[in-house]
Design a protein around this ligand. Structure first.
Ligand SMILES: *Cc1c(COP(=O)(O)O)cnc(C)c1O
Length: 483
């Protein structure tokens, strides 16, 4: 820490609020309700403002600088989204209100369901799941219920490639099904021979991220989905990487039967601080009846069109209290309406160009295992620099912080040694990409000439290198006074 952050700023008698004189009779409060052992801070308004602004300055955010955190799609979030979300008709509604009084909010949800279905090529969408991982669980439950009702309860396995995000096996396991890992081939695709070997009548289906977590579009995708269908299985798309193909191709037309969307990634919501997300699930026609509900339906009555809550006929049930994370839906809806069809396509095109530009600038210095292929919206390099044997991906990431950049995702996907997964997103200018590439090249030079500089990085941040294992194993989640 450059300067210790002072939390104890309370000073007896200092106040931050001025209340008017009492103009009603003083109430009697039962003595047992009154506590005087509560050490509330006594501070002025200026103390509070400075305290929180100071804390915010110790943090890094997408509104501060470049945030190439692979897989997470940390794009800039347009501020118009926030304006829309704060409109009183959206911000002030209560989930228990009578549907007649929230028709505008329901119209937005209905249209968002239709837009998402159209963009990805599905017949129907449920907005209930709260995030991508939750969408995965939902999708797997849909696939299983569909097959059970067709008398195929013996199907108990989900195939998951070895490049998959950790949530894929986790959500599958949570659904009670068995995870079977399948290898990738030497070009980063699903290994077709391995896939064939696993496909039989015990397989519920395949869960596939495309483009995958190596940033590669599977070159045999249509063959993969055909093989799974021939074996009576279903194909689930982890849609976290949808940003790469928006407006260009539709998963629903490539053989995917179910997909989740990460609204907070692809459709721009500030995320990463543990705030709300949204992971709607889209399905093909004959799976629509299994979606979790309630979903919004449009009906035309005597007084014209209106919106009602509807539970799909064979629904797996509710997966979320009330109606899902509505604020995230308003942001996604605004984002889609602001961009339109052409804007969405340009989003994907620019995301892909930006990633290829960075890959081209870095791959002579940082090995890129599948670097002979054109990447999609991200690529995976390796933190293994020639002439710097002691330097690891971790050191490079820590040193990047000194240059004012958020580090890329590291050590994922697991199949790449010392992985640095870089996703610039479409919202970055060429200047920013160049500044980042320059910093990465400079760090490689430092790694050769002065590795200690990297081992001890970061040097300029409010806190230096943390014991991350201890932080994860023994988190301190409550403020404790040092006094
Ligand atoms: C982010 C991500 C997920 C999980 O999504 P959450 O919204 O964080 O739950 C799953 N798969 C991939 C590839 C991801 O990048």
């Amino acid at each position: 820490m450059t300067e210790p952050l002072i939390f104890e700023i309370s000073s007896p008698g200092r106040v931050g609020a001025s209340l008017p004189d009492l103009d009603v009779p003083e109430a009697e409060i039962p003595a047992e309700w009154v506590r005087d052992d509560l050490p509330l801070p006594e501070v002025a308004e200026v103390d509070v403002a400075r305290h929180y602004v100071r804390l915010s300055q110790m943090n890094y955010a997408v509104d501060v600088g470049f945030y190439p955190l692979g897989s997470c799609t940390m794009k800039y979030n347009p501020k118009i989204n926030e304006v829309a979300t704060r409109l009183p008709g959206f911000a002030m509604v209560h989930p228990l209100q009578d549907p007649d009084t929230v028709q505008g909010a329901m119209a937005l949800m209905y249209e968002l369901q239709r837009y998402l279905a159209e963009i990805a090529g599905f017949a129907a969408v449920s907005l209930q799941p709260a995030a991508g991982a939750h969408g995965e669980l939902t999708g797997v439950l849909i696939m299983r219920k569909y097959q059970q009702e067709r008398g195929e309860a013996q199907r108990t396995k989900i195939l998951v490639p070895d490049s998959a995000h950790g949530t894929n096996p986790a959500s599958t396991a949570m659904s009670g099904l068995q995870v079977v890992e399948i290898p990738s081939d030497e070009r980063g695709n699903v290994d077709l021979e391995a896939l064939k070997a696993y496909l039989d009548d015990t397989v519920v289906g395949l869960m596939l991220t495309n483009p995958n977590t190596l940033g590669l579009f599977d070159e045999h995708l249509l063959e993969v989905t055909r093989l799974v269908h021939e074996a009576g299985g279903l194909v689930y798309a982890d849609g976290a990487n949808f940003n790469a193909i928006l407006g260009i191709c539709k998963p629903g037309e490539m053989g995917f039967d179910v997909m989740h969307y990460n609204l907070h990634k692809t459709f721009s919501t500030p995320h990463g601080g543990g705030g709300p997300g949204s992971g709607p699930v889209g399905v093909r026609e004959d799976l629509a009846a299994y979606l979790p509900g309630p979903i919004v339906d449009r009906v035309v009555g005597e007084d014209g069109p209106g919106y009602v809550w509807k539970m799909p006929e064979h629904s797996i049930g509710r997966v979320k209290s009330f109606w899902g994370n509505f604020g995230v839906m308003v942001r996604a809806y605004t984002y889609i309406r602001m961009l339109g069809a052409e804007g969405l396509r340009a989003t994907a095109e620019n995301a892909v160009i930006n990633a290829n530009y960075l890959q081209a600038r870095l791959k002579g210095t940082y090995p890129v295992p599948y670097g002979d292929r054109t990447c999609m919206h991200e690529f995976v390099a390796q933190g293994e620099i020639e002439g710097a044997p002691d330097v690891r991906a971790l050191d490079i990431c820590k040193r990047l912080m000194d240059y004012g950049f958020h580090p890329p995702t590291m050590y994922f996907p697991l199949i790449v040694h010392e992985a640095l997964m870089i996703e610039p997103t479409e919202t970055e200018s060429r200047d920013t990409l160049d500044a980042f590439a320059d910093a990465m090249l400079k760090i490689a030079e430092e790694a050769r000439t002065n590795p200690e500089l990297l081992h001890e990085a970061p040097h300029s941040t409010p806190v230096r290198r943390l014991d991350e294992v201890r932080a994860a194993r023994h988190p301190v989640l409550r403020y404790r006074s040092r006094a």
